[in-house]
Design a protein around this ligand. Structure first.
Ligand SMILES: [Zn+2]
Ligand SMILES: [Zn+2]
Length: 325
């Protein structure tokens, strides 16, 4: 885990023209109340306010949107360091259920601070684990009740790239060879002949077989994924390419009619980007390092124009995200 609890907040660069280094922990906190409801996101300022007025206690579990799991507020140095001693004392339970505002606008006010959304002219409320951009409510992946690690652009973008890669591979391994084999067999043996049909059938079988192992044989990314900047890793460590067995298992779900559509769409709204096939096989699809670096660089340049500079590293890495279950 590369989360740095000692990140020391906003640093204003000298000269006044250089951008301010973004403090990702300024926004994007979720609170788990004693009644097991999850509230948020809220800004760090709100969290500190809640601690000071005893709405929550130092034992209340809180999680930054780039952290893998919730921890007591007292164990989050970035929250506690500027608190009065009084608020650090222990107390019983929390009063979040009664203190939490009903109106959406008031809830939003608790979430916003000075960081701007990378795409809209409004304050950000969360930070994306993939592109590292701070983003506003409009850029959140839906449904809101799920706690997504990625902004909507990244969540939908990953899904689109996977679908395109899959269609490419299916055409490449199934339709293209069948059409070519059909034309050749038809020309040599005559259309409708048994030998021609048999040949097409054999080519078809080989194609299906190759589809199962295409990613495993090419170190985690078949042709489609490779060109889309994706790779399949084992969730065990988030980096080793999938095995042949996992390749077969994760593709079985695609051979059940109708369920294959549900399966393909599942990764779209899963915060951990899993199809059912991925859950069965213990695999995750993530970006290649090159693609990730390129996309982060694009966002970094976009933010510089808005006067915000990204810190070099923070929160979960994508490999760390792939290890979550
Ligand atoms: Zn993003
Ligand atoms: Zn936005």
């Amino acid at each position: 885990m590369t989360y740095d609890p000692d990140f020391d907040g906003v640093q204003v660069a000298k000269g006044g023209v250089e951008p301010t280094t973004m403090d990702p922990y300024e926004i994007g906190w979720y609170i788990e109340s004693a009644d097991e409801e999850i509230y948020g996101p809220v800004s760090r300022r709100t969290l500190r306010q809640f601690l000071e007025d005893r709405t929550i206690t130092p034992n209340t579990l809180v999680r930054h949107c780039t952290q893998p799991e919730a921890r007591p507020a007292a164990d989050q140095p970035t929250i506690m360091e500027q608190l009065s001693l009084d608020a650090k004392g222990s107390a019983l339970g929390d009063r979040l259920a009664e203190a939490w505002p009903r109106r959406k606008r008031d809830q939003l006010a608790l979430a916003e601070d000075s960081l701007p959304c990378a795409w809209h002219n409004r304050p950000a409320v969360l930070v994306c684990v993939r592109c590292h951009a701070p983003y506003c409510n409009r850029c959140r992946a839906k449904p809101f009740r799920k706690q997504f690690f990625l902004c909507r652009r990244c969540q939908v973008g990953m899904w689109n790239r996977r679908v395109v890669a899959m269609i490419f591979d299916i055409c490449m391994f199934l339709y293209f060879p069948i059409i070519v084999a059909g034309i050749i067999a038809g020309a040599v043996f005559g259309a409708g002949e048994t030998v021609a049909s048999l040949l097409i059938f054999i080519i078809d079988l080989i194609g299906v077989g190759l589809l199962f192992v295409r990613d495993s044989l090419l170190r985690g990314a078949g042709l489609g994924k490779r060109s889309a900047g994706l790779r399949v890793v084992q969730s065990r460590d988030g980096k080793t390419p999938l095995t042949i067995g996992q390749g077969v298992l994760r593709w079985l779900s695609q051979f059940v009619p109708i369920f294959n559509l549900v399966d393909a769409a599942a990764a779209y709204s899963d915060p951990l980007l899993r199809r059912y096939g991925d859950r069965w096989a213990g695999t995750r699809v993530i970006d290649t390092e090159k693609k990730l670096a390129k996309d982060r660089d694009k966002i970094a340049r976009r933010l510089i124009k808005r006067g915000v500079q990204l810190p070099p590293k923070f929160g979960l890495t994508m490999e760390g995200l792939a290890r979550l279950v």
